[in-house]
Design a binder for this molecule. Structure first.
Ligand code: P61
Length: 459
């Protein structure tokens, strides 16, 4: 039994939550078309839909908001953020964006052409969609262990470097405008990438002259895992580890809604001056002037403070410890999860738990709906609903290897009692799992379909 880490903070502001009755929950989820994205947040008791933008800001961040400089051009908030980004990331240039996908959009708009291929360990859905939207081909080259929920490989987020080399040779560097790696690897369980793997990937991209961009949303959690799991880094500071990581790349896309613990914000950072010029022009067209991006000056100040807090050792020990406690409690109950627990979330292997429901009847979606019905807990499906798609050329259905349900833990928000409540909710579902049925998708848009899809229960 692993213990729950004491929080390295105390609570100054609280927010009321309410638990609807079972019959109210049944009505709410039906009204939502059995899609938790359509629920009103007041109808959710414990919201584990995402760790993105849902963290609790600190007193220091709230104080920083008051100092926001709202000047259209040359705002002081921009320079304060620049100082922190320079220190942590170390690239020559950056543009603020309203969130991570806006940074991905700029990069894709500037570099992806129809027929381009973009390799990654595993693209998250917004990166995948931004590449697809420009006619590109997002390619996932994670190590084989990434597809095995039982494997407790310490760096399960790694890229398969042999596959990457082969892929580059076969595709031709002229068809690969940039390559990526996502730290931590969200789509396969919030699993870290090792420093050694990052060095190897960087070397491969560099020798092929392919610009290397890191999807950096959870870089601080990744740095913490590197220090915990790789003895070569056990006495290095998290800042030193982080700087080494980014020194290997040509740029990064960042959603500040994760490890910078803010409710909104992101940025695109790079070394290439021409790319920076073009990014500024693209930014001006769609986001805003380059010293504020799609944000208010005060948001930039909150990010600047949050980036430092997100890299704090005591905070990260608590953060990763809380997620580990959550995962171990579920494992004790025999609930199949992706092992080992990742940094920001627990991923239940719904395909294994509800093995009687076939992938095209969406076992992950069934579990998500049961979590709501049983305890008003909101989780998200990361399986055939989120990642399934139809090949535009062959009409073939492409389904992901795993049917996962993610329980993401917002930063500094929920207590041990809340986590225990979710564990107990899942335990009750697990006891009657054979009676759970699948769902039929009755509406889906072409891209990012899980946000607006609607379902009907299969009777
Ligand atoms: C999340 F249900 N993630 O994990 P933006 N890269 C990576 C991410 O994890 C990520 C982004 C880029 C979210 C929010 C989310 O279908 C969903 O600031 C590794 O959200 O634009 C975001 O950053 C994009 C939840 C995104 C979803 C898409 O919960």
């Amino acid at each position: 039994m692993i213990s729950y880490p004491p929080e390295p903070f105390r609570i100054k502001t609280v927010e009321k939550i309410r638990l609807l009755s079972r019959s109210e929950r049944e009505a709410a989820i039906k009204e939502a078309g059995y899609n938790i994205f359509n629920l009103s947040s007041r109808d959710v008791y414990i919201d584990l839909l995402t760790d993105s933008g849902t963290g609790a800001m600190s007193d220091q961040q709230w104080a920083a908001l008051m100092q926001g400089d709202e000047a259209y051009a040359g705002a002081q908030s921009f320079y304060r953020l620049k100082e922190v980004i320079d220190q942590i990331f170390g690239f020559k240039y950056f543009v603020p964006t309203h969130q991570g996908r806006a940074a991905e959009n700029i990069l894709s708009a500037l570099l992806v052409r129809p027929g381009s291929s973009i390799p990654n360990n595993t693209h998250f859905d917004t990166t995948q969609a931004n590449v697809l939207a420009r006619g590109g081909n997002p390619v996932n080259l994670a190590i084989p262990e990434a597809g095995d929920p039982q494997s407790s490989h310490p760096f399960k987020g790694n890229m398969d470097v042999e596959k990457l080399e082969k892929f580059i040779q076969e595709t031709g560097t002229e068809n690969i405008p940039f390559g990526m790696i996502t730290i931590t690897n969200n789509a396969i369980g919030g699993q870290p990438v090792s420093m050694q793997n990052l060095h190897q990937v960087s070397e491969i991209y560099r020798k092929s002259r392919i610009p290397f961009f890191i999807d950096a949303c959870r870089y601080a959690e990744n740095a913490f895992f590197v220090r915990e799991r790789d003895p070569a880094f056990s006495d290095k500071s998290l800042l030193d580890i982080t700087r080494e990581v980014f020194s290997l790349a040509d740029g990064a896309t960042m959603s500040a809604k994760k490890d910078a613990i803010v409710n909104i914000g992101g940025f695109l950072t790079m070394n290439d001056e021409t790319l920076f010029q073009n990014a500024k022009n693209e930014l001006i067209l769609r986001e805003g002037f380059p010293t504020y991006g799609g944000l208010a000056g005060r948001d930039l100040d909150a990010i600047a403070v949050g980036l430092r807090e997100g890299l704090d050792e005591k905070y990260l020990a608590y953060r990763v410890g809380q997620t580990a406690y959550f995962g171990h409690r579920l494992q004790e109950l025999g609930i199949p999860i992706v092992k080992p627990p990742g940094g920001h979330a627990i991923y239940v292997d719904a395909g294994a738990m509800l093995s009687h429901i076939p992938a095209d009847s969406f076992p992950g979606q069934s579990l998500v709906i049961e979590l709501y019905l049983e305890g008003a807990v909101r989780a998200v499906e990361l399986g055939s609903v989120a990642f399934g798609r139809t090949d535009p050329d062959t009409g073939e259905k492409i389904l992901p290897a795993l049917e996962l349900v993610r329980l993401a833990v917002p930063r500094r928000v929920y207590t041990q009692a809340h986590i225990d409540y979710v564990v107990e909710t899942l335990a009750r579902i697990n006891e009657r799992k054979e009676s759970i049925r699948g769902y039929r998708m009755i509406y889906a848009p072409k891209l990012l379909r899980h946000f607006t899809a609607r379902f009907d229960p299969i009777r």
